[in-house]
Design a protein around this ligand. Structure first.
Ligand SMILES: Nc1nc2c(c(=O)[nH]1)N[C@H]1C(S)=C(S)[C@@H](COP(=O)(O)OP(=O)(O)OC[C@H]3O[C@@H](n4cnc5c(=O)[nH]c(N)nc54)[C@H](O)[C@@H]3O)O[C@H]1N2
Ligand SMILES: Nc1nc2c(c(=O)[nH]1)N[C@H]1C(S)=C(S)[C@@H](COP(=O)(O)OP(=O)(O)OC[C@H]3O[C@@H](n4cnc5c(=O)[nH]c(N)nc54)[C@H](O)[C@@H]3O)O[C@H]1N2
Ligand code: SF4
Ligand SMILES: [Mo]
Length: 737
């Protein structure tokens, strides 16, 4: 029996865990008490990491489709097949004919996060899609326009704040997102113990709302109006901390914008009375320190970007941006590439719907159009990495219907699921505990500066490639080098490029040094570890390849519970990439969308509005096969207010028909007064009843896919992000015949 320390790869909290294992099987999972960041915390999903790891339905060998049937093949044969399929499409139809989709586990998986940029570059296609346009992109666009860098996203300083205002997020179940803070439940409890306040704005009385000092039960889609009205009151009551014109541009424009949204005007669309809005604003304005935070319920909406922007503006106007107890910019312990120009969008547009490129990506909501619409530039092949498009994308059923029309599809995924069942080749990554872990992406969202590394808990079986090597081979194939060059060559090229860039910085201690000599200083068991070593050593606390004392991989290995580098520190103006190095409070693109927002005040209200939710013992679309998490309350139910149910004549546990724009599904009703009247909610990630999958446990309780009801034609125009909250639906009782 061995105990290995691991950073949990399941959610953004990134807890440190202790895994007891023997002969390649997990015996027990505990929170690592000595972890410098999570101090022993773990949630039910982390406790089931063994179930994820040991799931017998995980694929252990590549699958290739032959005469319509999947056959297990060797790795070289599988990659040769990928080279053939992608090469054929690139040769016949050009680079844009190959689309890349990368899903959410990218941010939790070293073997993907390190290769996304090289793969995208090697493919040279404009058809790059990720789950960001199903999730975070509105925040990236808002911050990109305000701060110049879409990665400069502040996080609430939860450990020091006096007042936390949460809109459209449920951190007590999700453990936080765009916000890495292990044990958010404990951190929020401590906030309240030290006299701080928690206010939650959500149409549902979630676990977080139930724990709050105040729950504002807003109507879906009401947030941008509520935020604008709060800003209105702050100005009207002289509660604004005036932003210094030396550091901030545009506060007059914001003031004029907010003047259009007095509480009395927006109250009906928010479902919050004007007095309640005045009170929220006064409370926020009076708090010694405060942080305003919004997540999925604010971003995957019709006005996701404007809403995300107004949240930032509110933090500025209350004097809370970039100060302890307010919201602060995270700082990774490793070197992070800085964009070389201020953020813009729309450098190209999608072929069919003309939607703007954002951060080098096109909206995932329109991938289906690009596949289904014939003509020059049509997508003919898809590389899907760690994504489950059929369940995750709006109107996923339409995608389900067109993926088989592709000339070639390869999936990098451990499961034969709703999406990968359409692939020609499935390449399964190793089990999570056999992969190394370092938080390349999440470290920038952490509420403290922390550096941790976990090596694989036990080695890979001989001949089995790690996910990094799999991705590196895809990079070679995408670049037209075929399936045979060594994967390490990709890493060495990245290292060489980074060292050249570092040596080219005038005045830096590395200036003018020879890159071969610098590369020889790197340590690590393989080329992936050498890359991490380099990133650490060139980072803000790094040892500059031995030129000063500081971080390197060897030091992290000596400190397996992590190294705590302290709380976040103010980072302005250093993080800014705007042309004049000031925060832009009122970027024109955002202000322009306020006209649409104002017009929408008078739009007719739908009968029912569908919203999404997450479940504590469930993880997106891919945990339902883990037996230890299945069952109990982890089922797919349509939550409905008892008053609405009475009107419809529906009782608890009964089937009910739900019609979205494109089709109707039958869900099981769960009556609860925790949801606002007129609103219904379904959990995200269900619908496991399709043939051709290998998810035996999940298929026993399949549920319905919420994305059978959502509409791929509806996006937040500024970010291209799908609308998952506030979706109009009709409900119909199913009468027994
Ligand atoms: N209606 C509605 N739709 C939503 C949402 C919602 O709230 N409502 N939420 C949206 C959000 S926030 C997100 S992030 C997206 C998620 O969109 P996706 O990322 O496309 O979907 P997931 O369900 O996270 O599926 C992850 C896939 O990665 C695979 N996987 C797991 N671990 C690994 C690994 O280590 N390596 C590889 N290669 N594969 C792995 C899993 O088997 C699964 O197929 O969905 C969005 N869709
Ligand atoms: N247990 C668990 N944890 C997870 C995941 C999981 O599947 N399970 N998934 C991970 C992922 S990929 C993500 S992105 C995060 C998401 O993390 P969160 O955003 O914290 O989680 P959600 O449950 O999606 O919360 C969205 C909330 O918005 C509310 N809402 C819906 N519409 C509106 C609206 O118009 N206005 C307001 N104010 N609220 C609204 C919903 O009722 C819901 O409570 O969770 C991550 N963590
Ligand atoms: S909160 Fe997230 S990171 Fe922590 S144990 Fe649970 S799933 Fe893992
Ligand atoms: Mo997400």
């Amino acid at each position: 029996m061995t105990d290995s320390l691991r950073i949990c790869p399941l959610c953004e909290a990134a807890c440190g865990l202790t895994i007891r294992h023997e002969a390649g099987r997990v015996i027990a999972v505990r929170g690592d008490e000595a972890d410098v960041f999570s101090h022993g915390y773990l949630c039910p999903k982390g406790a089931s990491l063994g179930g994820f790891n040991d799931d017998p339905d995980r694929l252990d060998a590549p699958l290739v489709r032959r005469d319509g049937e999947f056959t297990e093949v060797g790795w070289d044969e599988a990659f040769a097949e990928v080279a053939r399929g992608l090469g054929m499409v690139q040769a016949a139809h050009g680079r844009d004919a190959v689309a890349l989709y990368v899903g959410n586990p990218m941010v939790h998986t070293l073997g993907i996060s390190l290769y996304f940029a090289p793969l995208r570059e090697a493919l040279g296609t404009r058809n790059v899609y990720t789950s960001a346009t199903l999730d975070t992109m509105p925040k990236s666009v808002a911050c990109g326009l305000m701060y110049g860098d879409p990665m400069a996203i502040p996080v609430p300083d939860v450990d020091r704040t006096d007042h936390l205002l949460v809109l459209g997020a449920n951190p007590l179940e999700s453990n936080g997102s765009l916000w890495t803070a292990p044990d958010l439940p404990g951190r929020i409890r401590k906030l309240r113990e030290r006299g701080g306040r928690l206010v939650v704005v959500d149409p549902a009385r979630t676990r977080t709302a139930a724990a709050a000092d105040r729950h504002v039960q807003i109507t879906p889609g009401g947030d941008p109006y509520l935020l604008a009205a709060i800003i209105h009151v702050l100005f009207a009551e002289d509660l604004v901390t005036p932003p210094s014109p030396d550091r901030f541009d545009g506060s007059d424009v914001v003031r004029a914008m907010a003047a259009r949204f007095p509480p009395e005007r927006v109250a009906p669309v928010c479902g919050v009375d004007p007095d309640g809005i005045w009170e929220l604003a006064r409370e926020l304005g009076a708090a010694r320190t405060a942080a305003v935070y919004g997540r999925l319920g604010t971003s995957t909406t019709r006005f996701g970007t404007v809403t995300s922007w107004l949240i930032e503006v509110l933090n500025v106007l209350t004097g809370n941006l970039d100060r302890p107890g307010g919201t602060m910019f995270g700082r990774a312990p490793h070197s992070v590439p800085r964009p070389d120009a201020p953020f813009t969008t729309g450098r190209w547009r999608s072929r069919v719907r003309g939607l703007a490129e954002v951060s080098g990506e096109l909206p995932t909501a329109t991938l289906v159009d690009e596949i289904a619409t014939p003509g020059p530039g049509q997508v003919r092949a898809l590389i899907g990495v760690a994504g489950n498009l059929v369940l995750a994308a709006p109107n996923g059923e339409r995608l389900d219907g067109v993926l088989d029309d592709l000339d070639f599809m390869v999936s990098v995924d451990p499961y034969l699921n709703e999406t990968t069942r359409h692939a020609d080749v499935v390449l399964p990554p190793p089990r999570p505990l056999q992969s190394p872990q370092y938080e390349v992406v999440l470290a920038r969202r952490a509420v403290r500066q922390v550096a941790r590394y976990s090596p694989p808990a036990w080695p890979l079986e001989p001949g089995r490639p790690g996910e990094a090597a799999m991705m590196a081979r895809l990079v070679h194939i995408a670049a037209g080098r075929g399936s045979t060059p060594p994967p390490e060559a990709v890493d060495e090229a990245v290292i060489d490029r980074a060292l050249r860039a570092a040596a080219a910085v005038p005045g830096s201690p590395l200036a003018g040094r020879e890159t071969g000599e610098l590369a020889a200083r790197l340590t690590g068991a393989d080329s992936v570890e050498r890359r991490i070593d380099l990133m650490l050593r060139l980072g803000p606390a790094g040892d500059l390849l031995g030129l000063r004392p500081g971080l390197n991989l060897a030091l992290l290995k000596e400190n397996p519970h992590g190294i705590d580098l302290g709380p976040l520190e103010p980072a302005l103006p250093g993080v800014l990439l705007t042309p004049n190095r000031k925060v832009r409070l009122a970027p024109e693109e955002l202000v322009a969308d306020v006209d649409r927002l104002e017009r929408h005040l008078d739009a007719p209200r739908p009968g029912f509005q569908l919203i999404s939710r997450r479940q504590l013992r469930s993880l997106n679309s891919w945990s339902h096969n883990v037996g230890s998490l299945a069952g109990g309350s982890t089922v797919c139910r349509l939550r409905l207010h008892p008053a609405d149910a009475a009107t419809l004549g529906v009782s608890d546990g009964q089937p009910i028909a739900v019609r979205g724009r494109h089709r109707e599904v039958v869900a099981v009703a769960e009556l609860t007064d925790a949801i606002a009247p007129g609103v219904v909610s379904l959990p995200y990630g269900w619908g496991h009843d399709r043939p051709g999958t290998r998810l035996r446990t999940a298929a026993e309780e399949p549920g319905v896919s919420i994305n059978a009801l959502t509409d791929e034609q509806e996006v937040d125009p500024l970010s291209g992000t799908a609308v998952f909250n506030g979706v109009p639906v009709e409900l119909r009782p199913i009468t027994a015949t």
